[in-house]
Design a protein around this ligand. Sequence first.
Ligand code: ADE
Length: 231
Amino acid sequence: MSRIGLLGAMDEEIALLLADMDKAETTVKAGITYVTGTLHGKSVVVCKSGVGKVNAAVTTQILIDTFGIDTVLFTGVAGAVHPDLEIGDIVISTSCVQHDMDVTALGFPRGVIPYQETSEFKADNKLIALAEEACNKINEGRYMKGKVLSGDQFISSREVVKMLHEELGGACAEMEGAAVAQVCHMNDIPFVILRSMSDKADGSAHINFAEFTVEASRRSHQILDYMVRNL
Ligand code: ADE
């Protein structure tokens, strides 16, 4: 039977999933709590990865190895990088890149992992299409498909946002998606990252983040909920 891995980085981002699901078992591995059960009749594993790429990578590999998941959906918030995005809008990942992978001193472009066939990890087309259907039905069409940039940094500078958009072509910045994406790519597991904008990654980002994270998490959750129903 198919099993879906549902991840978020913070409590706010997975609270609604945990509240809705029928729980079967709770397991702790490498300090991360994995809750198995069903959601809308589908077999799921829900977990909070914690913040940052290492947490996200370890959590995703355990989901694959220990819990046998065959699809990964990530829900959460992000800072808007594309100038057309407003707080509350959704970004559906078409691909993910680690913006803090910086080997430019050796001549590699920013974001490129040296000596690897790819550094841009593509999301699954069917999951992208389903997320788009959900956004059109639920978030009044307030969404953008685009590149999710991840790094172990909370972005709060217009200059950095400009660079992330112009140099790397990013739609939004967060701290886990590209790690999840890389692990999924390495294991041939389809994924999509859904991010609702909590801030604009500028000088007000810390204030907006605090104010909008719960509401933005709710929006991202609604999309994911629709997707689980229709997978
Ligand atoms: N998650 C939400 N807002 C963010 C930001 N500005 N930078 C990185 N991750 C984020």
